[in-house]
Structures are given as structure tokens and as C-alpha cells.
Design a binder for this molecule. Structure first.
Ligand code: 4AD
Ligand code: MG
Length: 453
């Protein structure tokens, strides 16, 4: 494998010869030499190359502009410049690919909104390079968290015939031609199929066989929510645990968030410092607090009381039995608790059919974990494991018995109490980076009216 800049920068002592392959961020000329700021994307830091004006390769310098890709051979030496340990005294230089003055990333300080229009080039900026290095580290940490606890990774289907959330916000998958009337049974799968909104239902089948499992994959929602927290295609982490009740579920969710925050703090220090300086000045202190302070838990009914007593005039009125709006969630997390908080036991009428009914007959064993700045980052529940209760709830919500027969079978044969949750991976990334728009933590974002690339 070729050596990356991140490996070169980890060198303990000077080296007579190294090779750097990367892109030129900036070039500065003085009388006797030129300075090239080189990056290869493997780490936050770059490496300064010093090219002596007397070298034969110096004649290439006029053709080297911002964005040019180069291969540089030279000696790794202690840098006299402040803020950097190493620099490379260039011996030889090759241009791999030129970039002319039309290269859009000439200067720093482009807005994220502009950079969204060049999503194919923005990973080369400090901000997006950092976001996507963190995204990769966090994805690996997600697997580590569950694998260290003995969970099995299950690959649930992307194409499905069941609507897990029952909200009908699904993208249809079909080979039928538009404007040619055909019956669903003549379609590719012989029935209507969709992109999955959640791997939960299939995850439950595996939890009721392997015990503790998780899925981590893309999910799709055709909801017309043009907000900074909603994407039509996003990744979800969904653990499902046999024999867990709601409280064990909440404990795991809290541990999960803490573990990932800890991973961010210890594995991405350069990116964290950058985000704290240029994206959100309260980031490090907020993440540190997340590790130091226990998460709070408040029942939905208590939360409604708190909101009513707050004296706030919310845009959406607070009424027991209605869903909590973002403004309510943010009040609870940012002002009341000033940290992560889990709200649990929601009204039955606003939640999907699979949630376990509580003895009070009006609430279900649901939970949402809210964090400051974002609101809901996790939604989960204990599942209804009692056959009669489940079928009653399904009938009440008008679900097709045939489609969900397999799901009901899980209650017919060796049913066990079980619970799980879904963590929005992008919302987690927003929380650990301070980036405030979901479009900026997705490589190529899909939102209503927007799917280039
Ligand atoms: O609350 P949700 O809809 O829950 C489920 O889908 C359950 N089946 C999960 C489970 O119990 N296994 O979604 C879970 C999380 C939300 O808390 C949020 O973080 C994220 O997924 N999410 C979205 N993220 C980005 N864009 C969207 N449109 C999202 N919708 C949900
Ligand atoms: Mg939810």
C-alpha cells in the first residue's frame, strides 16, 4: 500500500526520502523558493513542501495552481515554521493532473450552501473532508459498540412490502411503465413493493432467533419535510434485543450515544478542534457534558406538564395526546434539562401498531432520546409481544393481515418480550460535529426536489 500523509506525519524522526501524492491547497512564492501546501485527505493536517527555485523541477511551478494534483519526493525535516512539526524539502516534483483557474475552490470561506452545489468537489475542503472522515470513524465505532457487546449484524432488505412505521411515506419500487395500466400482481415482485423506511420488523425476526442483533443501513422516507434535520435517504442504526423491556432499551440507547461521543472525542481530535473553532464554539463543552452528566428521563405526561408550566408561548399548542413538536423537544433538551433527555410512554394513538401497550390502556412503551440543538436522535420502543393485543392494534390501524402474517407468527411461536430503537446516523453526526444541516453530513444528499448525482 502507498504511504498516506497521515502515516508520514506520524513519523518519529526525520526521513531522507518520502513520497507524497496529493493536491495543492495553496502555493506561495518567495525569491529563493516556493511553498506548496499539500493534502491527500487522509488526515486533517497538510504538509508544507519547500521547492528551491534552483531545482530543475521548479520550472513546473508556474503550472501548479490550487487544486493541481502532484507527486512530491523529498526529505522529511523538522519545520522551522510555527504550528507544524514537519515539512518536506522537495527534491523532485511531478504534476499528475492540472487544475486551471476555473477550479471553484480557489479560496477558503465558501458558504456550505454554495458548496452543496458542488458536492463532488466539497470533500476537498477542510469542513467536508473533516465531516466525511468523522462519518467513516463513527460508522466503524457503531459496529464496534455492538460487536463488543455480542450483537450480530443482520442485513435486512432494502426492498420491502411492509410499511414499518405505517405512515405511508414510502417510495414505490416497480418495473411497471408509467401510463401502462397493469395490476400489482403483474409487477416484478408480484405485489406492491417499496424502499424500506426501517429494518425493524425484519430485525425483530432475527432478535427472536439470535437474541441481540442490529441493522445499519440506508432507509428512505418520502415525507415532504424540507427541514435541516430530514433527508429522503438516510442511514439508521437499529438494534433489537430479545428479553429487553423499555428501561433496558433506554439504558442501551444512552450508552450507545455516550460511546459514540467518546469515540468522536478520542479518535477525531483534529476535526473536533476544527469544528469547535469554525462551526460551533460550544461543541466540545456540550460533548464533554454528555459524557459527564447522567442522561435524564421524563415520561411524556410529565413532559406535557413541564411544557404547560413553562409559561412559553409555543407556535404549536401543547395538548396531551398530540405529538411533541421540534420546538417542544428543543425546550425540553436545551432549556429544561440542558442535555440529552429521553421521553417515554407516549400516547398510544400517535404511535405505530407494534409498540407495547401499557397497563393504563392509553400509552405505549415508546421512547425518544432528544439532544440539544437537534431534538430527536433516537426513537424506539418495547414491542407488543402479546398476540391478541398486537392483532387488535393492527386491525385498529387498518393493516393488511396477509402482509404482516409473518410478523404475527413471531407472537404465535415462542413469543418473548423484546425491544429496540432506531438511531438516525446523520442526526448523530450533526450532534458530534455541530454541523446544523443534515445536507452537510451526507455525501450526496437527497431531499424533496433534489437528487443530482
Ligand atoms: O423514529 P423513527 O421513525 O423510528 C423508526 O423508524 C423505528 N422503526 C426504529 C426502531 O425502533 N427500530 O426513526 C428513527 C430515527 C429518528 O429518531 C431520527 O433520528 C431518524 O431515525 N430519522 C431521520 N433522519 C433523517 N431524516 C429523516 N427523514 C428521518 N426520519 C427519522
Ligand atoms: Mg420517531
Amino acid at each position: 500500500m502507498l504511504e498516506t500523509l497521515s502515516q508520514i506525519l506520524a513519523s518519529e524522526s526525520p526521513r531522507a526520502s518520502i513520497t507524497v501524492r496529493g493536491w495543492v491547497r495553496t502555493k506561495r512564492d518567495s525569491k529563493s523558493c516556493s511553498f506548496l501546501e499539500l493534502t491527500d485527505g487522509s488526515c486533517f493536517k497538510g504538509l508544507q513542501g519547500v521547492v528551491d527555485a534552483g531545482l530543475p523541477c521548479a520550472e513546473l511551478l508556474p503550472r501548479i495552481l490550487t487544486g493541481t494534483s502532484v507527486e512530491v519526493v523529498g526529505a522529511l525535516i523538522d519545520s522551522p515554521a510555527p504550528g507544524q512539526k514537519w515539512e518536506v524539502q522537495v527534491h523532485d516534483l511531478k504534476i499528475l493532473g492540472e487544475a486551471d483557474a476555473s477550479y471553484p475552490l480557489q479560496k477558503k470561506g465558501h458558504t456550505p450552501e454554495f458548496l452543496r452545489t458542488i458536492a463532488h468537489l466539497r470533500p476537498r475542503t477542510n469542513l467536508f473532508g473533516s465531516v466525511f472522515r468523522v462519518r467513516s470513524k463513527m460508522a466503524f465505532a457503531v459496529h464496534r459498540f455492538f460487536q463488543e457487546r455480542g450483537f450480530f449484524h443482520v442485513h435486512t432488505p432494502i426492498i420491502t412490502s411492509s410499511d414499518c412505521e405505517g405512515a405511508g411515506e414510502m417510495f414505490r419500487v416497480t418495473t411497471q411503465k408509467p401510463n401502462v395500466p397493469t395490476k400489482p400482481e403483474e409487477d416484478f415482485f408480484g405485489r406492491p413493493t417499496y424502499l424500506t423506511v426501517s429494518g425493524q420488523l425484519q430485525g425483530e425476526a432475527f432478535a427472536c432467533a439470535l437474541g441481540n442483533i442490529y441493522t445499519f443501513g440506508p432507509t428512505f422516507r418520502a415525507e415532504n419535510s424540507n427541514t435541516a434535520r430530514h433527508a429522503a435517504e438516510f442511514w439508521m442504526i437499529e438494534p433489537e434485543m430479545a428479553f429487553y423491556d423499555l428501561f433496558a432499551d433506554m439504558t442501551l440507547a444512552e450508552e450507545n450515544v455516550r460511546y459514540l461521543v467518546q469515540a468522536m472525542m478520542s479518535e477525531c481530535p483534529d476535526e473536533l478542534e476544527f469544528f469547535n473553532k469554525f462551526v460551533d464554539k460550544a461543541l466540545i463543552s456540550r460533548l464533554q457534558q454528555t459524557l459527564d452528566k447522567p442522561f435524564e428521563r421524563i415520561s411524556y405526561s410529565e413532559a406535557v406538564e413541564l411544557l404547560l408550566k413553562s409559561g412559553r408561548s409555543f407556535e404549536h399548542p401543547v395538548v396531551w395526546g398530540e405529538g411533541l413538536q421540534t420546538e417542544h423537544e428543543r425546550f425540553l433538551a436545551e432549556e429544561h434539562v440542558q442535555g440529552p433527555v429521553t421521553i417515554y410512554n407516549y400516547p398510544k394513538a400517535i404511535k405505530p401498531f407494534y409498540m407495547r401497550q401499557n397497563d393504563d390502556e392509553r400509552t405505549v412503551a415508546a421512547m425518544d432520546l432528544l439532544v440539544p440543538g437537534i431534538g430527536e436522535i433516537i426513537g424506539g420502543s418495547q414491542r407488543e409481544e402479546r398476540l391478541d393485543r398486537l392483532t387488535t392494534a393492527m386491525n385498529a390501524q387498518g393493516l393488511d393481515e396477509e402482509t404482516y402474517r409473518w410478523y404475527v407468527d413471531l407472537r404465535r411461536y415462542g413469543s418473548v418480550p423484546h425491544a429496540g430503537y432506531g438511531m438516525g446516523f446523520e442526526r448523530l453526526l450533526m450532534f458530534v460535529t455541530g454541523v446544523s444541516n443534515i445536507r452537510d453530513v451526507v455525501a450526496f444528499a437527497r431531499t424533496p426536489g433534489h437528487a443530482p448525482y
